[in-house]
Design a protein around this ligand. Structure first.
Ligand SMILES: Cc1cc2nc3c(=O)[nH]c(=O)nc-3n(C[C@H](O)[C@H](O)[C@H](O)COP(=O)(O)OP(=O)(O)OC[C@H]3O[C@@H](n4cnc5c(N)ncnc54)[C@H](O)[C@@H]3O)c2cc1C
Length: 328
């Protein structure tokens, strides 16, 4: 998809500059006139920022230029890794291996805790692998992916609890626009420390967290940097631990063996969606006070996942076209 998209863009005369970071906006009298990049200035009357939810340096640069920004709720937790055979047996109600006629099973689980906090499985990857996805040094973040055939021996999924703005205040991160970013960073640093400071990830058995105990043993894993057995109750905030514990007990009833000793919980799954929103006019999609500046996709808080980010990009492209047509 990406190769074809790139070829089409190049065909249409689009100039793609890899390894070129936007560092500052150039603004005159409330109107965008270009961007400063690591390869010099680019003049432009319209700029679309679609920098994704992990461009923390870009959030900081935009904030320092007065771009409006606010903290928004997101979710954090762990990535659960099970034998694919366990998921297949539970989902297809099998008493043995899955026949070739059936695809590797997936699942989607959700639970609301007794205090009303949402916990849900996220980005479930049948036959997939867990990958390290930190974007800053001395931090550990995990995510998951499947290859097209989904043929690996493990299934993995995020299991995450909702983080509200009141949680950020209670945990000491304040009410600022980047409170959620700082909360994520603190968790990711803690995971790095707990993993022994060499990019291994801290992990524990799902059965242990569900039962409120810890034993220094782990199930087999496909996480390449490696796992370190660690009591995740010392890594994750108490409200996340309590929510995950309740949810695991429930999930175990919904999917046989979910919270068994065959499953690892690996920390930390902290980049589920953007912890920041950059407001935009609902019609023009421009940022208030910055005429000609458009924001799109997951980074400014308008998407969660590939499809919604792509659609938001498409609609934002239309908004840019309308703005250009209005001035010609
Ligand atoms: C391992 C992994 C697996 C995933 N699996 C799935 C899945 O199965 N399904 C799903 O729906 N979603 C999945 N996601 C999430 C999905 O990738 C994102 O939701 C989606 O890519 C968001 O699209 P976006 O265009 O908003 O931002 P991104 O795709 O993050 O793109 C942002 C781009 O902006 C660039 N950038 C950032 N700052 C600057 C700057 N200052 N100057 C210039 N460029 C900059 C970045 O380098 C990046 O190329 C996964 C994510 C990961 C990490």
């Amino acid at each position: 998809v990406l190769k074809n998209l790139r070829a089409r863009l190049l065909d249409r005369g689009v100039d793609i500059r890899f390894q070129t970071r936007v560092e500052r906006l150039v603004v005159q009298d409330g109107r965008i006139t270009g961007v400063e990049t690591t390869a010099g200035r680019i003049d432009a009357t319209r700029v679309v920022l679609a920098t994704g939810h992990s461009a923390r340096d870009t959030y900081e640069a935009l904030l320092s230029q007065g771009v409006p920004m606010e903290a928004k709720p997101f979710a954090v937790g762990v990535r659960a890794e099970h034998p694919q055979a366990l998921i297949d047996e539970a989902q297809y109600n099998l008493r043995g291996p899955r026949p070739d006629t059936l695809p590797p099973a997936d699942y989607r689980l959700a639970h609301t805790t007794d205090v009303g906090r949402g916990v849900y499985s996220f980005c479930m990857c049948p036959g997939g692998m867990i990958v390290p996805t930190a974007t800053e040094p001395e931090m550990v973040v995990v995510n998951g992916m499947s290859s097209a055939r989904r043929s690996g021996p493990f299934a993995n999924s995020g299991v995450v609890a909702q983080v509200e703005l009141a949680d950020l205040v209670r945990e000491g991160f304040g009410e600022g626009p980047l409170a959620g970013v700082e909360f994520q960073r603190a968790l990711e640093r803690k995971a790095f420390e707990a993993g022994g400071r060499d990019y291994k990830a801290p992990a524990m058995l799902a059965s242990d967290l569900a039962a409120g105990r810890f034993r220094p043993v782990l199930a087999p894993t496909r996480f390449r940097p490696g796992l370190v057995p660690e009591d995740l109750r010392n890594v994750l905030p108490g409200f996340v631990v309590g929510s995950l514990q309740q949810a695991l007990q429930r999930f175990d009833k919904m999917l046989r063996g979910y919270a068994s000793a065959e499953a690892n919980l690996i920390a930390v799954e902290s980049r589920t969606s953007s912890p920041v929103r950059i407001p935009r006019d609902p019609n023009t999609r421009e940022v208030p006070g910055f005429s000609g500046l458009f924001v799109a996709g997951e980074g400014p808080g308008y998407a969660g996942g590939i499809m919604s980010a792509a659609l938001d990009g498409l609609h934002t492209g239309h908004a840019v076209l309308l703005a250009l047509n209005a001035t010609t």
